[in-house]
Write a protein that binds this ligand. Structure first.
Ligand code: GLU
Length: 409
C-alpha cells in the first residue's frame, strides 16, 4: 500500500499550504477509473500464460489521460495508481493539457522472447482499447517497455478501430510518426532543470561529482549528458551492481559494455547495487525504480543535490530528512517531466500531420522545463518549502482551477 499513501502525503502537505477544503483535497486523491484485465499470451513453447494487467486513469480535468505502461514483475494496482496520480501532477507542473494515467503488466519481460512481448503488447491494447484514444487516454513507454512495444500496441489498436490513429500513443518509432528527441527527452528535460538550478546556485557543473543509479534509457542518457557537462561520474549502477571509479567512469565505454553483455556485472568489476547510494558524490541521480531513498538508506547518502529521474525514488520520510539537512531534491514530478512533454509534442504532430525538426523539439523542451523550474523555485522561495512541496502547490493549484471551472469541486 505504500506508493499511493506516499502520494497522498505529498498532496496533503500541498493542500494545507494552499488552504484547500477537505472535499477539494479528497477529489485530488481519487482515481477516476481503475481498469483490470488478465492477458492470455501464447508462449513460443506452445503453452499459454496469463498476466494481470492494469490501466488507471486519474483526473482528466485538464485534458485527456496520459501516461506510460510498464512491464515489471512487481507492478501492481497500488503502484500503478500512485504513478497515474503523479502523471496528473507532472502534466500540471509543466503546464501541458493532459491528465494522469498509468498502465502496468505484472510480468518479467526479460523472460519473454521478442515475439512473446509483441503478443503481450497486442493483448494489452485489445483489453483496454475501449478506454484508449487520442482524445481519451494516450499511453507511452515506461519501465521495460520501448518504442517497439508502442508500435505493437498502435498496430493492434488501429486494426481494431479500422483507421489510422497515430496520436493514440506516444514514444512510437520514428517510422510510425514518433517524434525526434522523444527517446532522450526524459534525461534532456532533467538536465535542462539541473542547469537552471546550478545557475541559480552559481555552481559550475564541473565542480560536482555524480552517482547515477540506473542505466536504462533515462539513466544512461543522463550519465552521458552529465559527463559532457564536465561532471565526474564516480558511480553508475544497473540491477546487476555498481561500477565505481573515484577518477571518473568512462561512461561511453561502460554503456557499450552493458549493451554487449546485457549487464555491468558481466562486463566489468562491480560492487553491490546499494553502493551507488553510499559513494561520496555531490549529485545523486536515481534513475531506476521507486523507493530507493528510504529512512534507512538516506543515512549513507552524502549528496547535496538529488535529481529524481525515476518516479517516486524517495519516500516522504527520506525526503524530510534530506530537507532538514539542507539537501536540494529536484522532485520527479518536475525533473522527469521531459518525457511526457515531448510526448505532448509528438501528440500534436500526430494530430496535425506536422513533422518537427529536432532543434524545434529541443528548444521547446528546454523552454518548458526551465520555465516550470522557475515557477516551482519561486514558490519554494516565497513559502520556504522544498521544491517538491512547491511543485505540488503549483500543480494542485492548476488542477483545482480546472476542476472548479468544470464544477467538479
Ligand atoms: N513514462 C513516462 C513518465 O513516467 C512518460 C509518460 C508519457 O510520455 O506519457 O513520465
Amino acid at each position: 500500500m505504500a506508493a499511493f499513501e506516499h502520494f497522498k502525503e505529498h498532496v496533503d502537505s500541498a493542500a494545507r499550504l494552499l488552504g484547500l477544503s477537505d472535499t477539494e483535497r479528497q477529489a485530488l486523491e481519487k482515481p477516476d477509473r481503475v481498469l483490470r484485465a488478465d492477458l492470455s499470451v501464447a508462449l513460443d513453447d506452445g503453452n499459454t500464460e496469463t498476466f494481470p494487467a492494469y490501466r488507471v486513469q486519474f483526473n482528466n480535468a485538464r485534458g485527456p489521460y496520459k501516461g506510460g505502461i510498464r512491464f515489471h514483475p512487481e507492478a501492481d494496482e497500488d503502484e500503478v495508481s500512485a504513478l497515474a496520480a503523479m502523471m496528473a501532477v507532472k502534466c500540471a507542473v509543466v503546464g501541458i493539457p493532459f491528465g494522469g494515467a498509468k498502465g502496468g503488466v505484472t510480468v518479467d519481460p526479460k523472460k519473454l522472447s521478442a515475439g512473446e512481448r509483441d503478443r503481450l503488447a497486442r493483448a494489452y491494447a485489445r483489453a483496454f482499447a475501449d478506454h484508449l484514444g487520442p482524445d481519451s487516454d494516450i499511453p507511452a513507454p515506461d519501465v521495460y517497455t520501448t518504442s517497439e512495444t508502442m508500435a505493437s500496441m498502435l498496430d493492434e489498436y488501429e486494426r481494431l478501430i479500422g483507421k489510422s490513429a497515430p496520436a493514440m500513443i506516444t514514444g512510437k518509432p520514428l517510422s510510425l510518426g514518433g517524434s525526434l528527441g522523444r527517446d532522450t527527452a526524459t534525461a534532456d528535460g532533467a538536465i535542462a532543470v539541473l542547469e537552471a538550478l546550478l545557475e541559480d546556485e552559481q555552481l559550475d557543473a564541473a565542480s560536482l561529482s555524480a552517482a547515477v543509479q540506473g542505466a536504462g534509457n533515462a539513466g544512461a542518457h543522463a550519465a552521458r549528458r552529465l559527463a559532457h557537462m564536465g561532471m565526474n561520474i564516480v558511480a553508475l549502477s544497473d540491477s546487476s551492481g555498481t561500477l565505481l571509479s573515484p577518477e571518473g567512469i568512462e561512461v561511453e565505454a561502460a554503456l557499450a559494455g552493458k549493451q554487449a553483455h546485457k549487464e555491468f556485472a558481466a562486463w566489468g568489476e562491480v560492487a553491490g547495487v546499494e553502493k551507488v547510494m553510499e559513494t561520496e558524490a555531490g549529485l545523486f541521480v536515481p534513475a531506476a525504480l521507486e523507493e530507493q531513498l528510504t529512512k534507512d538508506t538516506v543515512e549513507a547518502l552524502r549528496a547535496k543535490y538529488v535529481l529524481e529521474i525515476a518516479n517516486g525514488p524517495t519516500t516522504p520520510e527520506a525526503d524530510r530528512a534530506l530537507f532538514a539537512r539542507g539537501a536540494t531534491v529536484i522532485p520527479d514530478v518536475l525533473a522527469n517531466a521531459g518525457g511526457v512533454t515531448v510526448s505532448y509534442f509528438e501528440w500534436i504532430q500526430g494530430r496535425t500531420g506536422e513533422r518537427w525538426e529536432l532543434n524545434r523539439v529541443s528548444a521547446a523542451l528546454s523552454r518548458t522545463m526551465q520555465s516550470a523550474y522557475r515557477e516551482v523555485a519561486d514558490i519554494a522561495r516565497a513559502r520556504s518549502v522544498s521544491l517538491r512541496d512547491a511543485a505540488y502547490v503549483l500543480a494542485l493549484g492548476r488542477l483545482t482551477d480546472a476542476m472548479r471551472a468544470r464544477g467538479r469541486c
